[in-house]
Design a protein around this ligand. Structure first.
Ligand code: ADP
Ligand code: MG
Length: 391
């Protein structure tokens, strides 16, 4: 069992808060989607990989049936939810994420008793790296182990997604939880969002002298939930106008000429070409030709910027600066209008790329971007425990 550097610290905090030793510690990673943006709800393909960064849950069973949670990232913002009080709408704020997982586990028929938990995370929140799924998946795995449930990971994915959709109230797809629970080190995960079939694909930039940089532009989306909903609905309208169940069913962009509305045609063109780019990227990865995927990342960004219209100024500047400084390709990731950019770079130019992005931000008076390394890492796992009782 591999440990985690912050687990002992979080366990000590658990002892301080709850006056007893925890039963164990679990870690669930955040993720980056290499390619396949806004394809998930069109029943298409995505290709995420897990980061080494993620969320730790240190947990212990309790006999009163209640759920009590604290987070290092929300000082003073703990919550206690008594047994029997768990229902959608009953818990607000961040605690709805862990509470939602307990609720969804029980709704799926699993016997989950009371539990105390503390969380610590090194993932930026709202940066498109899925801190929400990392939190949910750490809880799901902790509950599974603590109560000896042996629920398969594929079902934990659905439970964590249900917590986010039906308890927190965020209509997200299945990618984030799948990535956090199913990814393997040195691999990305090809996920078919129609069938939920998940296949590991070798992805190890360092082996070929490359690096995948994650650049948090530190711009955060604001009041744009309506944009996400309108993109979803435009995609549904486009599929409906073509007499199809979803845009997944189109493999030839020429078929889109049947769409009369130019806006719907552009939205659909993004989805159709993006699905093709995922498949082409997978073929390159399997052939050990990752460097050539740079042009696909670049094309994905142009498509998201011009056809899907969800990029934001900091992302466009980052992509241009990174490319000019030697990146093989770069693109915005996530839902749009804020969050992060990824750049595929030869290892020997990565410092120059970062410097160039930093300089462009500084020239515009923008807050400095944050750089994260993105080593394709393992999915959620138990990292400690059982802990010895404190003396
Ligand atoms: P993303 O998943 O891209 O980081 P979301 O908006 O989906 O962004 O999820 C962020 C939300 O998840 C936060 O606002 C908070 O409610 C919750 N969250 C994530 N990580 C933590 C944490 N370590 N402690 C408390 N809440 C967290
Ligand atoms: Mg999220």
């Amino acid at each position: 069992m591999t440990g985690h550097p912050a687990a002992d610290d979080a366990a000590a905090w658990f002892r301080d808060v709850f006056g007893a030793a925890p039963d164990g510690a679990w870690h669930a990673p955040g993720r980056v989607n290499l390619i396949g943006e806004h394809t998930d709800y069109n029943e298409g393909f995505v290709l995420p990989f897990a980061l080494s960064r993620g969320t730790l849950a240190v947990a212990g069973r309790r006999s009163d049936g209640a759920l009590e949670v604290r987070s290092r990232q929300v000082p003073g913002g703990g919550a206690t939810i008594p047994a029997g009080a768990l229902a959608p709408g009953a818990v607000t704020g961040w605690a709805a994420y862990p509470a939602g997982v307990v609720w969804a586990m029980r709704a799926a028929g699993h016997q989950v008793g009371g539990v105390s938990m503390v969380f610590d995370s090194d993932l930026p929140r709202g940066a498109g790296l899925s801190s929400s799924a990392a939190l949910e998946c750490a809880v799901a795995l902790a509950l599974n182990d603590l109560h000896g449930l042996a629920v398969p990971r594929s079902e934990l994915v659905t439970i964590a997604q249900r917590a986010e959709n039906d308890f927190v109230g965020v209509p997200s797809g299945i990618m984030d939880q799948s990535a956090s629970l199913l990814c393997q080190a040195g691999h990305a995960l090809l996920l078919d969002c129609r069938t939920s079939e998940a296949v590991a694909v070798p992805f190890d930039p360092a082996c070929t002298g490359l690096e995948l940089l994650v650049i948090d532009t530190c711009a955060r989306r604001e009041l744009t939930d309506g944009d996400y909903a309108s993109r979803r609905s435009e995609c549904e309208q486009a599929a409906g106008a073509l007499g199809l169940r979803s845009l997944r069913d189109i493999t030839d962009v020429a078929e889109l000429s049947r769409l009369a509305d130019p806006l719907l045609r552009r939205r659909a063109r993004h989805v159709v070409t993006e699905n093709q780019r995922v498949i082409e990227t997978v073929a390159l990865l399997r052939a050990g030709r990752l460097g050539e995927a740079g042009t696909l990342l670049a094309a994905s960004h142009v498509s998201l910027r011009d056809d899907f219209e969800i990029s934001w100024p900091e992302a466009d500047v980052t992509v241009t600066a990174a490319t000019r400084a030697g990146a093989l390709g770069a693109r915005m990731i996530g839902g749009g209008f804020g969050g992060s950019v990824i750049a595929l770079v030869p290892a020997d130019v990565s410092a120059r790329v970062l410097e160039s992005v930093r300089a462009e931000f500084s020239r515009r008076g923008w807050p400095p971007p944050q750089f994260l390394d993105a080593m394709p890492s393992a999915g959620a796992r138990r990292v400690r425990g059982p802990f010895k009782p404190a003396r």
